[in-house]
Ligand binder design. Structure first.
Ligand code: PEP
Ligand code: CO
Length: 458
């Protein structure tokens, strides 16, 4: 076996990494990036690993969500604020009804590059290179826009840095204070979700009043006024991941400093491939997307390569099987992982196996199928004596019309009205909150959590 090096992935076959024409320009920009400050710090990543170790034991729940692909066009402080509000609201729903702390991880501040099913796209008999994410080329269907432009990497770094700066301010600067829960509301949330959320707000207010009477306030207790918020993206564009990987001076270990958590996509998880090779050497927690073609033996091998010491919290298996395949595929995967004694977190991505084309020509996801996948995921875990520890979703705080169904009853015809995604369709704010309520119920039903004496609020 050859020794891992920061660039040893370059000797392996890699998929979904674009071939830039101007290598010199690319290398100059990579060099520039390599001198830029880290976006996240090794100590924060270690805290996340500890939090994830709790998740792996059923003592916390992992909520991971955000855009399929961040874009330069949607970059706006209000969008970041609204995304953060929904994450806070979903977390509160989950915590209040299931009594589990929620570990919040955004697909944000670096989630740009995309693997595509085809290298080219054909429209009206014109064939152009596919859109690969705003840090690589543009989504507009023109020759100019689809050219690979390394300068975009600098813009993506800058957008990530300012996004993260605002998120840090929101999470630490008072916005996340539980006394401000009423400020997280959004005007377009439908009446049903609003009423249900109001009940949660009332419970929180009662608890805060009780604690205040005992002398515990958000002024005296930091935990009531701040939250920890972590970032993540797919470890896809390895040349950039490489230059953002730095040695932590306190331990001498390699950390990817462009996000706390990285995941390997369903299309790039080959045992001998460059993506697995790169992730093998970094200390960050790693997610592995498991689609319907996942061979349990291969997934076990991956967990061994990426986590040879079998540390709790290091690996999250993100099942994205599709609502019609959970029952046939998940039990075997769970059984084999259990038999092999691998320490992992089971997270459910109910988005990527449920993408269809609407009758009006849009890529969409029916909300009912998303709910069905989540429900079956939890049911299978209950039947296998294991538990679902996380949710991985594509969502936005905006009132978009990208996934059909939900309480607003979005139809195929409605999709064109506010369809803004640059890649896959996202849950809108209403749908995301509805999903959080459903998951709370599923968590409460699972005997693992009740066996562990986690007391549920009524
Ligand atoms: C994604 O998460 O956006 C993605 C491309 O997922 P997957 O690798 O599961 O297809
Ligand atoms: Co996606």
């Amino acid at each position: 076996m050859t020794k891992w090096k920061l660039n040893s992935w370059r000797d392996k076959p890699v998929k979904h990494i674009p071939n830039y024409n101007d290598k010199e320009q690319l290398n100059n920009i990579l060099k520039e990036l390599s001198s830029f400050p880290p976006l996240v710090f090794a100590g924060e990543t270690r805290s996340l690993l500890k939090n994830l170790a709790d998740v792996s034991q059923g003592k916390a729940f992992l909520l991971q969500g955000g855009d399929c692909a961040e874009s330069f066009a949607e970059f706006h402080p209000n969008n970041i604020r609204d995304f953060f509000k929904i994450i806070l609201q979903m977390s509160l729903v989950l915590t209040v009804s299931s009594n589990l702390p929620v570990i919040k991880v955004g697909r944000i501040a670096g989630q740009f590059s995309k693997p595509r099913s085809s290298p080219t796209e054909i429209k009206n008999n014109i064939e152009l290179p596919s859109y690969l994410g705003d840090n690589i080329n543009g989504s507009e269907f023109t020759n100019e826009s689809r050219k690979l432009d390394p300068n975009r990497l600098l813009k993506a770094y800058s957008q990530s840095a300012s996004t993260l700066n605002l998120l840090r301010a929101f999470s630490q600067g008072g916005f996340a204070d539980l006394n401000k829960v009423h400020l997280w509301n959004m005007s377009f949330i439908n009446v049903n979700a609003k009423n249900k959320f109001k009940e949660i707000e009332d419970k929180v207010s009662d608890s805060l009043a009780f604690m205040e009477a005992c002398g515990i306030t958000s002024e005296t207790n930091r935990r009531l006024r701040t939250v920890n918020f972590y970032t993540s993206h797919e470890a896809l564009l390895l040349p950039v991941e490489e230059v953002m990987t730095r040695i932590d001076s306190t331990t001498g270990e390699y950390h990817n400093t462009s996000a706390h958590f990285l995941w390997i996509g369903d299309r790039t998880r080959q045992l001998e491939g460059g993506h697995v090779e790169y992730c093998k050497g970094i200390k960050n927690p790693i997610g592995i997307k498991c689609g319907p073609t996942s061979d349990p033996k291969e997934i076990i091998k991956l967990t061994e390569i990426l986590n040879p010491d079998n540390d709790a919290g290091k690996i999250t298996l993100i099942a994205r099987l599709g609502h019609d395949k959970v029952k046939s595929k998940l039990p075997k995967l769970i059984k084999e992982i259990k038999k092999a004694g691998r320490n992992i977190i089971w997270s459910c991505d109910p988005m990527h196996g449920n993408t269809i084309k609407s009758s009006t020509g849009f890529k969409t996801r029916p909300f009912d199928n998303i709910l069905k996948e989540v429900k079956e995921f939890f049911d299978v875990h209950q039947a296998e004596g294991t538990f679902g520890g996380g949710l991985h979703i594509e969502m936005t705080g905006q009132n978009v019309t990208e996934c059909t169904g939900g309480a607003q009853n979005i139809t195929d015809k409605d999709l064109s009205s506010r369809y803004h995604t640059h890649c896959d369709p996202r849950l809108n704010a209403n749908q995301a909150i509805e999903l959080a309520f459903l998951i709370s119920e599923e968590i409460k039903k699972n005997s693992h959590f009740s066996k562990n004496k986690i007391k549920f609020a009524s």
